[in-house]
Design a protein around this ligand. Structure first.
Ligand code: 5GP
Ligand code: ZN
Length: 110
């Protein structure tokens, strides 16, 4: 997808601090972390919104969450973490490529 910053990271066209990658997702550090550990879990398939989910994508998101749960200790999140998906303008979604925020590494404020 042209002009999508996450597609460019996935394609290796712009750098990111990648923590995990397989055939269908990539996990990298958020450039402006909102917690001590702030990772973005991004399906390689470009689609903008959670509301674009269909049966195939819901299985992909399910597998992504399963991987997050399995990899959390490797990411330094063994004491807990928060998972966030921002959907649309009222949630402040700025990057229109579905991504799951993974926050932790400290006690989160709320
Ligand atoms: P959203 O607000 O869309 O849910 O979250 C987008 C996130 O992507 C933000 O937390 C922002 O800091 C992060 N971000 C935006 N551009 C880049 C980038 O070029 N590289 C990385 N690693 N993160 C980015
Ligand atoms: Zn994209």
């Amino acid at each position: 997808m042209e002009d999508c910053i996450f597609c460019k990271i996935i394609a290796g066209q712009i750098p990111a601090k990648k923590k995990y990658e397989d055939h269908e997702i990539v996990v990298f550090e958020d450039i402006e972390p909102k917690a001590k550990i702030h990772l973005l879990c991004v399906p390689k398939e470009h689609f903008a919104y959670l509301s674009d989910m269909d049966g195939v994508r819901s299985a992909l998101i399910g597998r992504t969450l399963q991987k997050v749960a399995k990899l959390a200790p490797v990411f330094g999140l063994k004491d807990g973490y928060r998972v966030i998906i921002n959907q649309g303008d009222n949630a402040g979604q700025t990057v229109k490529h579905l991504h799951i925020h993974l926050l932790g590494g400290e006690t989160l404020p709320f």
